[in-house]
Design a protein around this ligand. Structure first.
Ligand code: FAD
Ligand code: FES
Ligand code: FES
Length: 476
């Protein structure tokens, strides 16, 4: 039984856990304000909000209902465009209308919900972040500038939002209907019922890969739901390592205060990964389990020497595998039947540790990488004490570049070292041509991203312009 609150209505359903939330909303509940566009997480027409109760506080995030397995709605408050009706236009709707931000209107419910999600989440309000909150929404006919102006208007209306009682304040100001105030209490009563998370051999996290690749199989099956499992959630530190539960989403990681302490530019790096709604849904376990050679989180954590902690679902037996050794071949993992990824851990970076992540894709947000790369370097005065480099999109698996990393180790931190290592890198990778670029282009990208790492980490020590000059004119 899947139980949740849809707008103001309690739902208890025996529908299959693998059907999409979108189809349930439209075809079972006949709420047609949520639109169907791409069904692949790209357009945002199907955006809804998911409110989750934790420690008595409710947090709302935008999600795409076309990729959300119905089972993942269990225990949550799902809000569609119908659920924010107050009898008059709420500020997000009025601002979009006033600024001419809607024409055919097909995309508008999605934009309104993303913006409403922002009004619920923001603290303090920031117009740029209000615009970013709509990075998962595409509009085919109105100019984006008018929609952005609407977002700025809404952000400016939130200056006095009460941090101690955000929902009460939003209701009193006409941003939300009054029933929102009672949702936390109703959810905590609802959550006492049994969640639907027993084990089967089809496992699903956020669904952002599986629901794109195999929607029909998922709709017919009753997958094991990992997304809401408390034992797979959380980010903590133990024995000198940072640990991340496999059901933690990219947003959980991006917003983690623990992780930001150790990786100060974490938010900037994660902004390059997909879009807000996809980051709100996609888990680290799913990013690794999908085994894509360009999975951003895999590349990110490979350079941090991450380890995977696997757990057998029936025996409970645990074992550890270094992430570097987990990928045995294209889409082949060192994971036995019945095992799941329980959590990932990596050593807490020390004082002289530097880290960088780079990604090139056709669009800045909402796009898979052509090539992505990450590196961690430990320095000792002017020398590289150790280096770990990973690059995606240049081989059949996410590549940890052992030879290139070794070639940097013990060398002086100077332009010549980087140049020498870039030649090793060129030999160590084997990109193929595909829709994300030719093999020559990817080879070039891998090298340029390698240089970019050093420019970002050591702008005063490495002369990247000189490096590029030598590389582009070898006879120079
Ligand atoms: C529009 C769009 C944009 C995207 N952009 C990016 C991007 O920029 N960068 C990027 O890297 N990816 C991107 N993705 C891919 C996807 O969002 C990520 O890979 C995400 O992290 C997958 O996580 P999930 O929980 O949704 O996976 P799911 O679809 O739930 O699962 C994927 C696979 O992992 C397995 N799995 C899930 N959890 C576990 C576990 N705990 N243990 C073992 N196996 C498990 C599942 O069985 C399945 O085989 C994008 C996807 C979409 C739709
Ligand atoms: S229909 Fe396009 S993102 Fe869901
Ligand atoms: S108003 Fe037509 S797609 Fe946006």
């Amino acid at each position: 039984m899947i139980s949740f609150i849809l707008n103001d209505k309690e739902i208890h359903t025996d529908e299959k856990a693998g059907i999409t939330l979108l189809d349930f909303i439209r075809y079972k509940e006949h709420l047609t304000g949520t639109k169907i566009g791409c069904r692949e997480g790209d357009c945002g027409a199907c955006t809804v909000l998911a409110g989750d109760l934790s420690d008595g506080r409710i947090e709302y995030r935008s999600i795409v209902s076309c990729l959300t397995p119905l089972g993942n709605a269990h225990g949550k408050h799902i809000v569609t465009i119908e659920g924010i009706n107050t009898g008059h236009l709420i500020p997000a709707q009025k601002a979009i209308a006033d600024h001419g931000g809607t024409q055919c209107g097909f995309c508008t419910p999605g934009f309104v919900l993303s913006l409403t999600g922002y009004t619920l989440a923001c603290q303090p309000a920031d117009p740029n972040k209000a615009i970013d909150a709509m990075n998962g929404n595409i509009c085919r006919c109105t100019g984006y500038k008018s929609i952005q102006r609407a977002a700025i208007t809404v952000a400016n209306m939130l200056a006095d939002k009460n941090p101690d009682n955000p929902i009460g304040w939003l209701v009193s100001q006409g941003f939300l209907p009054a029933y929102f105030v009672g949702i936390p209490e109703r959810l905590s009563a609802l959550k006492k019922k049994e969640p639907n998370t027993r084990y089967t051999n089809v496992m699903i996290g956020g669904g952002t890969d599986l629901m794109v690749q195999q929607p029909d199989t998922m709709a017919e099956s009753d997958p094991a739901l990992l997304f809401n499992r408390k034992d797979l959630k959380g980010i903590w530190e133990e024995n000198g390592s940072c640990c991340i539960g496999a059901a933690s989403t990219a947003t959980d990681i991006m917003q983690s205060r623990h992780l930001r302490t150790h990786i100060p530019r974490l938010e900037k790096f994660f902004f390059l990964i997909s879009s807000d709604p996809i980051r709100n849904m996609g888990t680290i376990g799913g990013n690794i389990g999908n085994a894509s050679p360009i999975a951003d989180l895999v590349i990110f954590f490979l350079a941090l020497d991450a380890k995977l902690h696997l757990q057998h679902q029936e025996s409970g037996k645990k074992r550890m595998v270094p992430l570097k050794k987990f990928f045995l071949g294209y889409k082949i993992l060192d994971m036995k039947p019945g095992e799941i990824i329980h959590h990932l851990s990596f050593p807490i970076p020390g004082d002289q540790s530097f880290f960088n992540f780079e990604k090139v894709s056709k669009r800045i947000t909402l796009d898979i990488a052509s090539v992505n790369s990450s590196i961690s370097v430990i320095t000792d005065n002017n020398f590289i004490k150790s280096a770990q480099l990973a690059t995606g999109g240049v081989g059949p698996i996410p590549l940890y570049l052992e030879k290139t990393s070794v070639s940097l180790t013990g060398r002086k931190l100077e332009t010549k070292t980087i140049l020498d290592a870039s030649k090793v890198l060129d030999e160590e990778i084997s990109p193929i041509s595909d829709i994300r670029g030719s093999k020559e282009y990817k080879r070039l990208l891998a090298r340029q991203l390698f240089f970019a790492h050093f420019q970002e980490m050591f702008p005063d020590r490495v002369n990247v312009k000189e490096l590029l000059k030598i590389t582009l004119n070898p006879g120079h």
